[in-house]
Design a protein around this ligand. Sequence first.
Ligand SMILES: Cc1ncc(COP(=O)(O)O)c(C=O)c1O
Ligand SMILES: N[C@@H](CCCC[NH3+])C(=O)O
Length: 427
Amino acid sequence: MSSQSALPGSPFFHFKNGQLHAEHVSVDALAKEHGTPLFVYSQAALAAALTAYQDGFKGRHVSIHYAVKANSNLSILRFFAQHGCGFDIVSAGELERALVAGAAPETIVFSGVGKTRQEMQLALQKRIGCFNIESEAELEVLNSVAQGLNVRAPISLRVNPDVDAQTHPYISTGLKSNKFGIAHERALTVFKHAAALPHIEVKGIDCHIGSQITTEAPYLDALDRLLDLVEAVEACGIALSHIDCGGGLGIQYQNEKPPVASDLWAKMFARADARGYGQRHFMIEPGRSLVGNAGICLTEVLYLKPGEEKHFCIVDAAMNDLPRPAMYQAYHTITGVQETATHNPDTAPLYDVVGPVCESGDWLGRDRHLHVQQGDLLAVYSAGAYSMSMASNYNTRPRAAEILVDGTNARVIRQRDSLQQMLQAEQ
Ligand SMILES: Cc1ncc(COP(=O)(O)O)c(C=O)c1O
Ligand SMILES: N[C@@H](CCCC[NH3+])C(=O)O
């Protein structure tokens, strides 16, 4: 098996002369210079992921609103802002980040079930493009906050279409049993009420059914249900200027085969065309599929600990850096950065790759074939999304540094936390 084609994120992360490279930069050299754990992103991978969407949108009206929560590093946000993206945010903090990164306020949409009055006020003052409303109670509060500022708040209703995204239960959001969105059956009534509120301006309709979705069917089902509602809402004289289909497209972590964005959207448009909605303004909110395979995390093997039942490979990255395995039992590919020694040959010993945190749940990979020695460097793949953005200081561990590679150039886009920084707020 060719190691290059097996790597999530290839060809941007690939072996050359036996050494793992991010584009044209040896990651071994980066780790030596900046220490580990270390996140390394490829700008060409970001560009390729964005192009995979944009290729499918020729002759259509689609705006891409990158979901900041997937990776909120300012340089990553700047890249997307400079390449024509808007943003999907879920907090005042993400709003400030997007604005600092150069986002035009009107390209920002605000999702989330628990927006506070203060957050609404700030977003109205900054004149964001749309609030994705998730409940009737939230709608009333937004109307009153907008009244206080003597403005009208642009909104869409996030509808819960009750579609099974067939993903991990913690990241499925479009089922009746999930906390998200307004029930499909209630939506028309709520649209009519919203249209009558003096400080609300109805702009669109929205749904987001979950994350790491690897099949097309849930998207097409959700679109059908959304278009049914568009028809019903507009029949009541309420014009909708956009249809937001959310994010959620999956990536390859192991051997998943998620649809290519442009192929998925060819089908979505065929469905929309058949119903006469293909030329509408569609919005999407992708996160993971834009950044997930554009990043890896480098970590050093601290100790090997052979055991009767298990061999442990103890590394210097942990659940505070890469929380997905601990939280969702998620799989991330792990290899050595020297191809010959550690590229998972089936003959190598089996290890659980674990971190230094004092929890048995602190593992990054289980039962992995690795030829490793103390001091070796490993790469954890598909670490561009929901890794650094979910990282914490648990065990008073500093969050890692981040590097962005562009061709032969590597630049630090975030410094490792310092102990002083970590303690500051408590002084
Ligand atoms: C409302 C909303 N939009 C967009 C996203 C981005 O999802 P993903 O990173 O799976 O594309 C999420 C997260 O699932 C979300 O909750
Ligand atoms: N944090 C999740 C995705 C959450 C999606 C946010 N709505 C993951 O790592 O897979």
